[in-house]
Design a protein around this ligand. Structure first.
Ligand SMILES: N[C@@H](CCC(=O)N[C@@H](CS)C(=O)NCC(=O)O)C(=O)O
Length: 252
């Protein structure tokens, strides 16, 4: 029941998007609870032993970390399976999911590196919280500084993350062999596809996702060009295709 299933999240977090996608794919009803960054750790630490969101409450169980949540859901809600039965394919999915989880940190760092201090990203971050305007105005610069510190954003780390995220895009392209309709493993959607597509989505900004609230016109010109280039390459088209075909974005 929806009341018993709660996703604790930052709406803009792509790891939270990954879990929303899995829940939606499996047709599981849930409520979303947006925690404030910083104080969220009081909750996550005590309840699920992690620092990060997403955390899922399912009845009495609390599970932290998107990968653990994915395996938990696969175990208890096996309908619409996201892990193939065949051992070889299953192993490939497991490995790809882990790889894309790592690339997700580089997507995040690179993108925040482009946006912090130069865009309305903090407004987009806090938009879904519907905070009083004054509270939001106080929190935005604090969060901005916190994000820069937490994700160790510096010119060197941004450049490194750009290289790493390119590797992830190449990995998608090596799997799909130029066909944006292809799945990463086998003939149907798996956890590998959901991980790759959701963790790269902030760079592609598919319609109906939280990043859609970004005003692209207000982004730095170079970033706009880079996003356009990403959308043009096969991996970018693949992400958009996965969203169009396989992601039922919930209308709030
Ligand atoms: N490995 C974790 C990563 C999640 C993660 O990095 N979440 C970020 C938001 S995108 C977070 O909660 N950051 C706040 C913090 O570290 O305190 C997962 O897959 O769930």
């Amino acid at each position: 029941m929806a009341e018993n299933r709660v996703l604790y999240q930052f709406p803009i977090s792509h790891y939270c998007e990954k879990v929303r996608w899995i829940l939606d794919r499996k047709g599981l009803v849930y409520r979303e609870r947006n925690l404030l960054p910083g104080p969220h750790r009081l909750f996550t630490r005590a309840r699920s032993g992690v620092n990060t969101l997403p955390v899922l409450r399912d009845g009495k169980r609390l599970v932290g970390d998107s990968t653990r949540i994915a395996y938990y859901l696969e175990k208890y809600y096996p309908d619409m399976p996201l892990l193939p039965d065949a051992p070889d394919a299953r192993q490939q999915v497991i490995e790809l999911e882990q790889q894309f989880d790592r690339y997700g940190t580089h997507v995040r760092r690179w993108l925040y590196g482009q946006l912090l201090g130069r865009s309305n990203v903090m407004k987009v971050f806090y938009g879904p919280y519907r905070l009083p305007a004054l509270v939001q105005r106080v929190l935005e610069p604090v969060t901005e500084k916190g994000v820069a510190r937490l994700y160790r954003i510096s010119p060197e780390s941004i450049a490194h993350s750009w290289q790493r995220l390119q590797e992830g895009l190449s990995l998608i392209e090596s799997r799909i062999k130029g066909d944006p309709a292809a799945f990463l493993v086998g003939q149907q959607l798996t956890l590998a596809d959901i991980a790759a597509a959701s963790l790269y989505a902030p760079l592609l900004i598919p319609q109906g996702t939280p990043w859609d609230a970004m005003n692209e016109e207000e982004m730095p010109a170079l970033l706009r060009e880079q996003i356009a280039a990403l959308r043009a390459r096969p991996a970018g088209q693949w992400v958009m295709r996965r969203y169009a075909m396989d992601r039922r974005v919930r209308v709030p």
